[in-house]
Design a protein around this ligand. Structure first.
Ligand SMILES: [Zn+2]
Length: 130
């Protein structure tokens, strides 16, 4: 999301302790939600320290995402996680002006809007692969 670091991460992983596990659980819950919509592979989740211009990152088709601490606390966390999942599970690129895949976070989307757009891009990526 919103970043030149999308294919890897320069963000510093937080040490795994009770607080970090709790943050990661919030992200995992959203991933479980996405798994009900699409058959996505197992994704590694790293929680990172805050970075000035990056909320999260996802390695293209690498099945790993990095989510910063402030992103987990952000009320648009769902939008951020689904965005990174499209990068890392499907290799979807940024799309200027798109509600979900614009490089800049668009706040205030409903759960339904985010999920519908996620399925749209996932299906498109699957079709394009054939
Ligand atoms: Zn992105």
């Amino acid at each position: 999301m919103k970043t030149k670091f999308d294919t890897y991460s320069e963000m510093k992983n937080l040490q795994m302790n009770q607080d970090t596990y709790k943050l990661r659980r919030d992200v995992m819950n959203i991933i479980y939600e996405a798994k009900k919509l699409k058959n996505i592979p197992r994704v590694s989740v790293r929680i990172t320290e805050d970075s000035p211009d990056t909320l999260g990152a996802g390695r293209m088709k690498g099945n790993i995402i990095w989510i910063s601490k402030r992103a987990v606390k952000n009320r648009n966390l769902r939008t951020i996680v689904y965005h990174e999942l499209l990068h890392t599970c499907y290799g979807v690129d940024h799309q200027k002006g798109d509600i979900l895949m614009d490089p800049r976070l668009r706040g205030g989307l409903t759960k339904e809007q985010v999920q519908k757009r996620f399925v749209y891009w996932a299906n498109k990526a699957e079709r394009d692969k054939k």
